[in-house]
Design a protein around this ligand. Structure first.
Ligand code: B16
Ligand code: MG
Length: 223
């Protein structure tokens, strides 16, 4: 039985829903390149890094680009995305997210952010919750994408908590796999059909509390 000493939260899809802004910016880029993609396709980009997302999108459009061209396209998309997230307000925090992170802190559980995004600092600041995370590990600090556990292991290390005492909150299957690969428990945010490998799946952070979190102490570290 490993005591839960830290919670590590993914950002997009767990704390805020920035997927809609990513979608608008990528769609605008695809349209400028002469093709389109659907919101259904956009699901495949959740939790995926910026350059890996671009590769997927270019594949859907049947386009091949050089590394230099790709960097220019990713920068163009990111400028539109940053414009949109700079307008975000605290109203965009997902239901229960702020309250649950606060409850963790009150219960003496350490908190970290573990996100693929290189824009996490701007988002946390705009929605006014940057002070709630003891540690922020994001796309600027990691080189290996989820399902590699790097982002969560770095979070655990910075918090000074062994992986077996951490719980990861994730909306993407690659993120749940990253938690398992890192020897951590996980809570899936979304549908059990997709996130069934997690120790527990809830529809949002409004559906969990410290009591339910503690119940996870009885479950195996590897799901
Ligand atoms: P950026 P997460 C991920 O955030 C998003 O889900 C994904 O769609 C995005 O491509 C990625 O961040 C990189 O974002 O372009 O801002 O660096 O779910 O890991 O918090
Ligand atoms: Mg996510």
């Amino acid at each position: 039985m490993n005591k839960i000493l830290a919670c590590i939260f993914d950002l997009d899809g767990v704390i805020v829903d920035t997927a809609v802004y990513h979608y608008r910016a990528w769609k605008r880029l695809a349209n400028e390149l002469g093709f389109d993609f659907t919101e259904h396709d956009n699901e495949k980009l959740k939790g995926v890094s910026r350059m890996a997302s671009l590769d997927l999108i270019l594949g859907w459009g049947g386009l091949a680009k050089t590394q230099m061209e790709k960097e220019e396209l990713a920068a163009r998309k990111n400028a539109w995305y940053v414009d949109m997230i700079s307008q975000m307000t605290p109203a965009e925090i997902l239901p229960g997210a702020k309250e649950f992170v606060e409850a963790c802190k009150s219960a003496g559980i350490k908190t970290a952010l573990g996100s693929a995004s290189k824009n996490s600092a701007t988002i946390l600041e705009k929605v006014g919750i940057d002070h709630l995370f003891d540690v922020v590990i994001d796309g600027n600090k990691v080189s290996k994408p989820k399902p590699d556990p790097e982002v969560f292991l770095k979070g655990a290390e910075a918090l000074g908590v062994p992986p077996a005492n951490c719980v990861v909150f994730e909306d993407a299957i690659a993120g749940i796999e990253a938690a398992i690969n890192g020897g951590m428990r996980s809570v899936g945010i979304g549908s059990p059909d997709v996130l069934g490998k997690a120790n527990l799946v809830v529809s949002g952070l409004d559906k969990i509390n410290i009591e339910k979190l503690k119940e996870l102490e009885a479950s195996d570290v590897t799901a």
